[in-house]
Design a binder for this molecule. Structure first.
Ligand SMILES: [Zn+2]
Ligand SMILES: [Zn+2]
Length: 459
């Protein structure tokens, strides 16, 4: 009987040593396993070294205790009834647990019950944490128009839907993201470049609520939008300043709805707050609407500004921008549009405010994610393109002079805008119309004079 117990104990210790390998504990376990082995060749040897039986037993117990003290929690639990000469059943039980662990540990560690207990003890915050929260914005490239899909914790909201011809773009974006339902659709104002493509969203899915600053607007596009909003979007709701809505754990607050005759200035202006990050959407609001919002005294501070009216010179005025002080700005604008958006003056204001600017005409689709503290942007194309808004990006351009000088070897002429301090190729469509001067010389000379290259023609 004693021999059987010793065999079990010894095998158990050796198995434990294998399980805990390569810790210090495994060394002690191996030693105690060997000490316990009731092979006459070994025991004879011990008897010669340590004649007293009690000391031999003590040594074995000490080795076992030390080895278990050095092991993780679950092994100590097993060890309590495990000392030399204890009852048969306890040892067998422990051995079984240990074997189960050995088996389950290899394919998937989390499956063992005792290991789950261990991980709970080591990282108590993990099981108590709420579900993983997510927040992202997809600024959809709809050319000279606006559209953004916001996702928070699996809830979706669409702010504007581009032109009528963009219906299929909006439909496809929602389909690709498998958006089963929109919590909210916001039509910032009645112009086609904002509401035209919203029916595409309603063709794919429905929305709980549809916000629009107006109920009536005499255009076919608006009537089409209204028809869809009525059948699939819960009808048009005209919000009031101060209204708040939740999108998952993000809060949406209406900062401006100016029901005045000018459509652009009626734009719904709203702030999305997710953790410590804030996103301000202004539709096509112009300086009058900006002033009204400023006068209301509401806090405008935001991390990301969706620039008003496609970067028009009539929006993003200095006082408004100063209150917002964004780190990033997104301009939804069509390449080579006939309005000359974004305006040089707006870009210059953003540059002076040291804002990093993303533009759909340069970057295509723009994606932005927030973890509640930090914001990360990614773009569809032209990641390193110069949007001419801050020094960092100007430096990036300076770092690739070989590329530029290749383009310029034959022709060192540039068109300068002496006011915005930007230089263009003379052929650039975004070249200056006023404050224009021609310059013959090198790119570096211009940069030395404080000029920065145009983001469109990349001189
Ligand atoms: Zn617009
Ligand atoms: Zn408009």
């Amino acid at each position: 009987m004693k021999k059987i117990l010793l065999w079990i104990g010894s095998i158990f210790m050796i198995l434990s040593a294998i399980v805990c390998f390569p810790s210090v504990a495994s060394l002690f376990m191996l030693m105690s396993g060997v000490v316990l082995l009731p092979l006459s060749a070994i025991t004879k040897h011990y008897r010669r070294i340590i004649p007293a039986k009690s000391i031999r037993i003590c040594l074995a117990i000490v080795l076992i205790v030390v080895s278990f003290l050095l092991t993780p929690v679950e092994n100590v639990n097993n060890a309590t009834g495990n000392d030399y000469g204890d009852s048969d059943t306890t040892i067998t039980k422990s051995l079984e647990t240990e074997l189960q662990e050995t088996i389950s540990q290899e394919p998937e560690p989390q499956k063992s019950e005792s290991q789950e207990t261990e991980s709970q003890e080591n990282e108590p915050q993990e099981p108590n944490e709420p579900e993983i929260s997510t927040f992202s914005i997809h600024f959809i490239d709809v050319g000279q128009a606006d559209a953004a899909l916001i996702e928070c914790d699996g809830h979706y909201m669409l702010i504007d839907g581009g032109n009528k011809g963009d219906s299929n773009v909006i439909y496809t974006v929602l389909k690709n993201k498998n958006v089963s339902k929109l919590d909210m659709v916001v039509a910032t104002h009645g112009h086609e470049d904002h509401i035209g493509g919203i029916p595409g969203a309603f063709n794919y899915t429905s929305s709980d609520i549809t916000l629009c600053p107006i109920n009536e607007y005499d255009t076919d596009v608006f009537n089409d939008f209204k028809k869809y909003a009525t059948s699939k979007g819960g009808g048009i709701t005209v919000p009031s300043v101060g209204n708040t809505y939740m999108l998952g754990s993000a809060e949406i607050k209406i900062l401006g709805v100016n029901s005045i005759s000018d459509a652009n200035n009626s734009s719904i202006v709203l702030m999305i707050t997710y953790g410590e990050t804030k996103f301000l959407f202004t539709g096509d609001a112009e300086r009058e609407a900006e002033q009204t919002i400023l006068n209301s005294g509401v806090c405008l501070s935001a991390t990301v500004l969706k620039v008003g009216h496609h970067g028009s010179e009539t929006s993003t005025t200095y006082p408004f921008l100063r209150e917002i002080m964004p780190e990033y700005a997104v301009i939804s604008v069509g390449e080579g549009n006939s309005y000359g958006h974004p305006d040089e003056d707006t870009l210059s204001r953003l540059r002076n405010a040291d804002v990093t600017v993303y533009r759909t005409d340069i970057h295509g689709d723009i994606y932005c994610t927030s973890d509640g503290k930090n914001i990360v942007f990614s773009v569809e194309k032209n990641e390193s393109a110069d949007t001419l808004t801050n020094q960092e990006e100007t430096i990036n351009t300076e770092q690739t002079p070989s590329e530029s000088s290749e383009q310029n070897t034959d022709n060192n002429d540039y068109a300068l805008n002496t006011k915005s301090k930007k230089f263009h190729y003379p052929s650039c469509s975004k070249g200056p119309t006023k404050n224009k001067e021609y310059f013959t010389g090198t790119r570096d000379e211009l940069i030395a004079q404080g000029y920065s290259p145009c983001g469109s023609c990349n001189p």
